[in-house]
Design a protein around this ligand. Sequence first.
Ligand SMILES: NC(=O)c1ccc[n+]([C@@H]2O[C@H](COP(=O)([O-])OP(=O)(O)OC[C@H]3O[C@@H](n4cnc5c(N)ncnc54)[C@H](O)[C@@H]3O)[C@@H](O)[C@H]2O)c1
Length: 342
Amino acid sequence: MKTYCITGGAGFIGSHLARFLMKEGHQVIVIDNFCDYYPLAYKIDNVFRSVSAESRQSSPKTVKRVMKDIKGIPHYHLYAADIRDMKALLGIFDFHDVDAVIHLAAMAGVRPSIRDPFLYEEVNIKGTLNVLETCRLKNIKKNVIASSSSVYGNTRTLPFREDMPVDHPISPYAATKKATELMASVYHHLYGLDTVLLRFFTVYGPGQRPDLAIHKFTKALFEGREITLFGDGTMKRDYTYIDDIIHGTAEALNYVEKKEKVYEIINLGESRTVSLEELISLLQEKTGKKARIRYESQPPGDVDTTYADLEKARRLLNYSPQVAIEEGLSHFVSWCKEYYHF
Ligand SMILES: NC(=O)c1ccc[n+]([C@@H]2O[C@H](COP(=O)([O-])OP(=O)(O)OC[C@H]3O[C@@H](n4cnc5c(N)ncnc54)[C@H](O)[C@@H]3O)[C@@H](O)[C@H]2O)c1
């Protein structure tokens, strides 16, 4: 049994990963500050889903209650702590002999980063530096870190390859992810920290963040509300189903643990682009509801297209996404119906 620390482990991707790693027989240490970027109730439900303790209705609505309720669950340790607080991080790592860190904690939205760039800088850059420093001080040599497809900005050559220059991010969020990649490179060079950075391409599935298009559109369709569509509907995304992301992340962990002298940046996507118009049409089909659409101009930090080249992920991680958007959306819509009682 290994011990893995997941920062941001109460979030969408982190909670799925915690569940997966525990099922594989490992111990998981979750560090999350339960920030209010989206409502706390989702994160509390994520934690319960991670440890397979249901259900939403009976979920306590405070972090304190959650901590109390899950105390004693084997192989799962939850710390409500902030990665900006170095002392708190060191204190947690005093208690556990951690084999590797999967650093997912971040302020994750593109548009809000334009409104509050300092918060993004504090959490995503300083917080990441704290995590890397903690690894150095506690002699943890292996880690996997979340980067993002947003680092590609409006790169015109498609699909996006990891060796393309990414010097022109178009949002503070994207710039903090590029800074994350650079800082991890420094820690690899100076201190031999082995790292795989994963550029995730729009991740969706049960428990998806409520600020993301698939979740917002599906909820609006069921509630009979208007959908706000940014741009003219031609904006395209490479949507990646959560199970594919979790398998890819687990393979990245495996890779970084097995090899020496690792510093790799790897795309995890589906390698297929879907326009917003196509997405809405698929969601109409899956929900059986007709969309009412209000068009607004495309926000300046939103890239036009994301599209992952997966050759490197295939070669190094044996990554092969299994869930096409048509199937993944069916799973997501079923989850929504159950979760919201639609
Ligand atoms: N979901 C996607 O489509 C996507 C795409 C590309 C990259 N990513 C990256 O993957 C990671 C996980 O994304 P997600 O969609 O699960 O987001 P999420 O917001 O659901 O999860 C992030 C978690 O980090 C926690 N957190 C935020 N600030 C913190 C702090 N200061 N200290 C401790 N914890 C803190 C939040 O409370 C949250 O639970 C992020 O780094 C994100 O930037 C996500």
